[in-house]
Design a protein. Structure first.
Length: 175
């Protein structure tokens, strides 16, 4: 569906990393997704499924809204859902990246979480020269193609879309 760079060195393991910010939720401190949040989770899941077919793994923050979003994603795009404590809003982005780098046999992984954590993960993956300012909308999704060819997990941002754009994409409705 989208552009992918080619991997010329066979020893390089390429991983597609889908980064999803949970859909809208109501109330505090640990609310479930709202009806609107569930709809945006379904849109994002459909986009991920259209792009990659089937996920291998979904890592989600232990918060209720992200776990619910991850279950919706798994129902549409497959994948096993696991809780990842470093995906909490103030979690350590380095720990999250190391978790992905240490996965064996996983080619397509999704992260379902919050800001500012997701912003830090995206920045660390795509920038070698320091933090970059990236914003991912509530319910939004980004795709990063990453590899560990130089000892560190690095990637390129392939695409990033918000809920409004997802509603207007002309997909063949795989979900």
């Amino acid at each position: 569906m989208f552009y992918r760079r080619s991997c010329l060195a066979l020893q390089v393991r390429t991983t597609l990393i889908y980064i999803l910010r949970h859909g809208q939720a109501g109330g505090h401190p640990d609310p479930p997704l709202s009806e609107s949040g569930r709809r945006s989770a379904l849109l994002a899941a459909g986009l991920v499924a259209a792009d990659c077919g089937r996920l291998d793994l979904i890592l989600a923050s232990p918060m209720r809204r992200t776990e619910e979003h991850a279950r919706i994603l798994a129902a549409v795009a497959g994948g096993v859902v696991e809780t990842c404590n470093s995906m909490e809003p103030e979690g350590d982005s380095y720990d999250t990246i190391q978790t992905i780098a240490n996965l064996n046999g996983i080619e397509k992984v999704a992260l379902v979480g919050h800001l500012p954590q997701l912003r830090k993960v995206i920045s660390a993956l795509v920038s070698e020269s320091g933090p970059v300012s990236m914003h991912i909308d509530t319910g939004g999704v980004a795709c990063i193609e990453a590899d560990a060819s130089e000892g560190a997990l690095r990637g390129i941002l392939v695409w990033m879309v918000g809920e409004t754009i997802m509603r207007n994409l002309d997909l063949e409705n795989p979900w």
